[in-house]
Design a protein around this ligand. Structure first.
Ligand SMILES: [Zn+2]
Ligand SMILES: [Zn+2]
Length: 178
């Protein structure tokens, strides 16, 4: 799977929030999540599982009656995920996310902005020092994700939220990671 570049607005490059950084790959800019936390402050980044060469975001999830760990690509707009188990339901199934350390639920009411997705809830992850939050749609296979940072103009945050590097599909599920 190759990373496809989406243009990151120049205005955003000047106001990249804490917890995120720009990286260059083959002369193109990508936005990378660098540190992100559960509501109780546990660092969810792990070095031991790398996706596209970078640390990933570790979450505990339940989906379709099974429970396990998922490692989410830190590249903004990618929704590549490595599951520690094979979710039994397909696309559209609902994920429930938890901190893998303190098991606090990450779920909040948040209508997904993606057209055709009817999910009304998201998994909420926190950027450092209360600078902002990242909402990830909890519908399996939906690419919906939103950046909510109070110091960034709303429209700019919206254009960043709309970035997707990958198509929508079951390719997310690599499965079988021990
Ligand atoms: Zn926690
Ligand atoms: Zn969605």
């Amino acid at each position: 799977m190759e990373l496809k570049a989406n243009r990151i607005p120049d205005e955003f490059k000047r106001v990249v929030p804490r917890g995120m950084r720009l990286v260059q790959r083959e002369d193109q800019d990508f936005l990378l999540v660098e540190s992100i936390y559960c509501p109780k402050g546990h660092n969810l980044m792990v070095d031991s599982v790398r996706i596209h060469g970078e640390p990933s975001i570790k979450l505990e999830i339940t989906v379709g009656g099974s429970k396990g760990l998922v490692f989410v690509d830190a590249f903004w707009g990618s929704h590549a995920k490595l599951f520690s188990f094979l979710p039994e339901c397909g696309e559209g199934g609902h994920l429930e996310g938890f901190c893998p350390y303190c098991h606090v639920p990450l779920k909040e009411e948040y209508p997904c902005p993606v057209e055709g997705c009817s999910s009304k809830s998201a998994m909420v992850l926190h950027l450092p020092s209360g600078t902002g939050r990242v909402y990830v749609c909890d519908s399996l296979g939906c690419p919906g994700h939103v950046l909510d940072v109070s110091t960034i103009p709303h429209e700019l945050a919206e254009s960043i939220s709309g970035i997707n590097f990958f198509g929508h599909g079951t390719e997310d599920i690599f499965g079988g990671l021990e």
